[in-house]
Design a protein around this ligand. Structure first.
Ligand code: HEC
Length: 151
């Protein structure tokens, strides 16, 4: 009887452990879907900058709103045990995200600040053109250190 109980306890703990691993991978996968959204939205804004699409305030507003959601969520999406996770697709987070959490959090904060400012600045094509480079620098500045190419 005791043995059976032990088996159940051990089995339960194993299941809990596996659940936790899945949850951690899911959280980094959420990063990937946020980033894919970032890429799409940044692309939509660049198309306007390049004159491929007419200026559209609603597209700008929803892009900036999505960047803001990303910045809000990112700090909590890299649990310690997910370090070294490799995502399907072209990119994964660098282990530096975990090794230099303070540096990574600083990049998130600076991204959030630039996006917040962009919300008050971008009103037309000229202000979009003037502000887009600062946003691009935030994306690139974080990727340079904290994103690696798979392969
Ligand atoms: C604070 C850090 C940080 C900022 C700021 C940031 N990213 Fe990322 N990005 C990452 C990390 C880490 C990855 C790797 C994980 C992944 O691929 O999802 C990534 C991956 C990506 C990917 C590849 C997604 C995939 O796996 O297919 C794209 C596209 C992307 N980012 C676009 C952007 C754009 C556009 C911006 C700016 C508007 C931005 N990112 C801002 C950290 C950041």
């Amino acid at each position: 009887m005791l043995r059976m109980k032990q088996v159940l306890v051990v089995g339960g703990a194993l299941l809990l452990g596996m659940g936790a691993v899945w949850a951690q991978q899911d959280s980094v996968k959420e990063v990937q879907s946020l980033m894919k959204g970032n890429g799409k939205n940044a692309g939509a804004m660049s198309a306007m900058v390049k004159g491929e699409k007419p200026y559209d305030q609603a597209t700008v507003d929803s892009a900036l709103a999505q960047f803001e959601v990303t910045a809000k969520k990112l700090p909590n999406l890299f649990p310690a045990s997910a370090k070294g996770v490799k995502l399907d697709g072209d990119y994964s987070p660098s282990s530096k995200v975990w090794e230099d959490k303070a540096g990574f959090d600083a990049k998130i904060a600076s991204f959030a600040k630039v996006v917040g400012e962009a919300k008050t600045k971008i009103k037309d094509l000229d202000s979009l053109k003037a502000t887009m480079p600062a946003i691009g620098r935030e994306c690139g500045g974080c990727h340079e250190t904290y994103r690696i190419k798979n392969g």
